[in-house]
Design a protein around this ligand. Structure first.
Ligand code: ADP
Ligand code: MG
Length: 257
């Protein structure tokens, strides 16, 4: 079971799109996949689930037992053969777990996920901040995937995310590896975007920046609108994005081995 946190300093950079794109790519390969929605805004949950569930990840964080986590798991309403995606649904109350208490901290999500088996891939959609919830995600993960847009503040956000990954590796999860940086919403005609890509490659190395870069494509928004994985958007843009997620997934699975 490979556990991957998808994180960023900010909202709106594409974490949820990356989680859903990878989940779609995983189902195409027939992998048993779980999406954990740690964002109190619950966007991944609304995109994957049409019905409200009684138990959510907020209950799991409050009480990380096998019973709670198993009762919170629910199949998604996406129908993509031959695999399927399960969801550990998010909830607004999750925000309670984002505050620092100051005292000693014991990872709760890691404990809860430790009760699970039978999944090939677990994708954790992090909240748009680097607080206690993102730390929960990183402490529970084998791999960290940082998402950014090709912008000045995006590059700053990557630096902060890297520091957080190092901190969690040092103090809570020695096995945590950086899987890479996804540069999302790239416009190939924009010189500024190329400049930011080169900057990230220079600082973090060529193999850390995920290739190909993820272009800005309306298919990503159409997939959201239709409540479907982008793999089912049969346009040139949809196929392009789906292919790139396939490439990213291969890299992640290799790194997790
Ligand atoms: N590659 C892309 N091309 C076009 N739109 C995108 C792309 N990636 C994300 N978006 C859009 O940007 C918005 C924010 O993305 P989202 O995944 O919700 O970000 P986050 O989870 O980091 O807050 C969404 O409306 C999404 O459809
Ligand atoms: Mg999101």
């Amino acid at each position: 079971m490979a556990v991957v946190s998808v994180l960023s300093l900010k909202g709106g950079v594409g974490k949820t799109s990356v989680v859903l794109g990878l989940a779609g790519a995983a189902t195409v390969r027939g992998l048993a996949t779980l999406v954990v929605d740690l964002d109190p805004q619950g966007n991944a949950t609304s995109l994957l689930k049409s019905h409200k569930t009684r138990t959510t990840v907020a209950d799991v964080l409050g009480h990380p037992t096998r019973e709670t986590v198993e009762s919170a798991l629910t199949p998604c309403d996406w129908e993509v053969a031959p695999g399927e995606v399960d969801v550990l649904p998010g909830h607004a109350n999750t925000i309670r777990f984002d505050a620092w208490t100051g005292g000693p901290w014991r990872p709760k999500l890691a404990r809860a996920l430790g009760h699970l088996d039978g999944y090939d891939l677990v994708l954790i959609d992090c909240p748009p901040s680097l607080g206690a919830l993102t730390r929960e995600a990183l402490a529970a993960s084998d791999l960290a995937l940082v998402v950014t847009t090709p912008s000045y503040f995006g590059a700053q956000g990557v630096e902060r995310a890297m520091a957080e990954i190092d901190e969690v590796r040092k103090n809570h999860n020695r096995d945590l590896q950086l899987a890479g940086i996804v540069v999302n919403r790239v416009r190939s005609v924009a010189e500024e975007h190329q400049y930011r890509e080169h900057e990230l490659v220079e600082i973090y190395g060529r193999s850390t920046v995920m290739k190909p870069l993820m272009p800005e494509r309306i298919a990503v928004q159409q997939a959201e609108g239709y409540g479907q994985p982008v793999q089912l958007v049969k346009t040139a843009g949809g196929r392009e994005v789906a292919d790139i997620y396939g490439t990213y997934l291969t890299k992640l699975l290799k790194a997790a081995r």
